[in-house]
Structure formats: structure tokens, C-alpha cells
Design a protein around this ligand. Structure first.
Ligand code: HEM
Length: 146
């Protein structure tokens, strides 16, 4: 169970990062060039939202089955973890959830905008911040050592 969920979370991360980068770049271009917000833009932003939400679900399951998630906190306590362990058990999950909340707010706000430029602006800002947060707290070393 643990290995399967961890492998899924690990590989799904490539798709999440890819679609988020595409959505942010697409929104920045749309904003900067005053493009119309068409169904392609809606689909890209929606896919990014769905992919990150799926990663959240997989991440939450992983948190409870991984020895580096919840069980690390209960066995070591907040103060007893090394910085690498704290990254896996606390910072990465917490910042990941925060990033997904921002992305969800961006999605919901973009729908309420009166101009296409403002809609692109909301996606660029909120998805962009979410992406930066995710990138800042990825366990890069563990991940790329696959
Ligand atoms: C927001 C998007 C997220 C991305 C792109 C992401 C990506 C990753 C990656 C690449 C790893 C390293 C996997 C490996 O060892 O190969 C990882 C580990 C982990 N993630 Fe996430 N994650 C995200 C969100 C979350 C969330 C929301 C949670 C929990 C609530 C979570 C929980 C974990 C845990 C517990 C590990 C350590 C797994 C272990 O080594 O046993 N992740 N994540």
C-alpha cells in the first residue's frame, strides 16, 4: 500500500508541475497580450485545478501510511526531527495544502471577473503563487533519487 501510494504521488507530481507551469505561462501570455479568455484557457486552468486536487488526495493518504508523515510526528515530536524529516512530515504537506487552497481561490475568483484580462490576471497570480510555494517545499533530493 505505502509503496504504491508513494510511487503514484511521486510520478503524478510530474504531471502536476507540468500542467501548472503551462497554466501559469498561458495566463501570463493572455494577460500581457490582452487575449480573449476562450475555452482552451478554461480547460488548461481546470485541468491544473483537477490535477492538483488529485495530488492533494493522494498526498493525504500518503501522509497516513508513510513512515515520514504522521507517524514521524507522533514518534519524534515536532522538536525531535532533522530538517530533512521536518520537510517531509510538516513543511511539504502544509505548504502543499496552502498552495492548493490558493489555486482553488484563483479558479473561483477568475470566474467572477468582468474582463478577460482580469480573469487571466487571477489565474496568473494565484496559480503562480501556488506553483512557487509547491516548488519551494518539494523534497527534491528524495524525489530525484528515484
Ligand atoms: C501540491 C502538490 C504536491 C506535489 C507536487 C507533491 C510532490 C511530492 C514528491 C515529488 C514527493 C517525493 C516522493 C518520493 O519520495 O519520490 C512527495 C513526498 C511526500 N508528499 Fe507530496 N506533493 C504534493 C502535495 C502533498 C500534500 C498535500 C501532502 C499531504 C497532505 C503530501 C504528502 C507527502 C508525504 C507524506 C511525502 C513523503 C512520502 C515518503 O517519502 O514516504 N504531498 N510529494
Amino acid at each position: 500500500m505505502y509503496d504504491t501510494v508513494k510511487t503514484l504521488h511521486s510520478y503524478w507530481a510530474y504531471f502536476v508541475l507540468l500542467i501548472l507551469i503551462v497554466a501559469v505561462v498561458n495566463a501570463i501570455i493572455g494577460f500581457a497580450t490582452n487575449k480573449k479568455f476562450v475555452s482552451k484557457d478554461l480547460r488548461i486552468s481546470l485541468f491544473a485545478l483537477i490535477f492538483t486536487h488529485l495530488q492533494l488526495v493522494i498526498g493525504l493518504i500518503l501522509y497516513f501510511v508513510s513512515p515520514f508523515g504522521m507517524s514521524m510526528i507522533s514518534s519524534r515530536g515536532m522538536g525531535g526531527m532533522s530538517s530533512a524529516e521536518r520537510l517531509l512530515a510538516l513543511e511539504h504537506p502544509f505548504v502543499g495544502i496552502l498552495a492548493i487552497i490558493l489555486i482553488t481561490i484563483g479558479w473561483s475568483k477568475h470566474k467572477k471577473q468582468e474582463t478577460d484580462k482580469r480573469a487571466f490576471g487571477k489565474i496568473a497570480t494565484f496559480y503562480g503563487l501556488g506553483l512557487l510555494l509547491i516548488l519551494s517545499r518539494l523534497p527534491w533530493k528524495v524525489w530525484l533519487d528515484l
